[in-house]
Design a protein around this ligand. Structure first.
Ligand code: AMP
Length: 183
């Protein structure tokens, strides 16, 4: 089972991904976590993407797709995976579909977490993870990038009948209940 967890920054993708993987025994692939870990470890990839993450912009499609392609060759992804923060552009979604088709698998569902913008900004600024992109400007920039580049991914998967819209407000547990019902 391959699930895309979709939504703007601050929608709770990371938190819900953890709940889903624990409950359904799936792997978790977060491109954002992979980039942050590369930055922390000062790998060539980390050095390349640091300024992009700091600016709240998107890493180029070819870099992201190569990273996911390489990561998903690992056996731990065979039973299925929650993709968190990927795909984030229509080009990534197209490459992703090809990638999965080559493995004789496909996206089973996209879960779109919906949270009002004001709450997104409050959540990000109060989560206090010390992420270097968690400034008011950084958040606004990421929301704009989401609107312009990432939201069209919804239409792409809507055409395949895979989109499930979930209310992302309320307690973490109540959001997870809604997700469980859909899965
Ligand atoms: P996230 O933790 O998912 O919000 O990702 C943090 C940052 O990593 C984003 O603001 C982007 O700069 C970068 N990033 C993560 N995933 C992607 C992706 N699929 N495509 C492009 N950039 C990404």
């Amino acid at each position: 089972m391959n699930i895309i967890l979709f939504g703007p920054p601050g929608a709770g993708k990371g938190t819900q991904a953890e709940y889903i993987v624990n409950h359904f025994g799936l792997a978790h692939l977060s491109t954002g976590n992979m980039f942050r870990s590369a930055i922390q470890n000062e790998t060539p990839l980390g050095i390349k993407v640091k300024s992009i993450l700091d600016a709240g912009e998107l890493v180029s499609d070819d870099v992201v797709v190569d990273l996911v392609q390489e990561e998903t060759t690992k056996d731990m992804y065979l039973a299925g995976c929650v993709f968190d923060g990927f795909p984030r552009t229509v080009a990534q979604a197209e490459s992703f579909d090809h990638m999965l088709a080559n493995k004789n698998t496909a996206v089973d569902a996209l879960i779109s977490l919906v949270v009002p913008e004001e709450e997104l900004i409050n959540r990000i600024l109060s989560r206090g993870q010390g992420r270097s992109d968690d400034t008011v400007e950084g958040v606004k920039k990421r929301l704009t990038v989401y609107e312009n580049e990432t939201k069209p991914v919804l239409d792409y998967y809507e055409k395949q009948g895979l989109v499930n819209v979930i209310d992302g407000t309320g307690s973490v547990e109540s959001v997870f209940e809604r997700i469980k019902n859909v899965i």
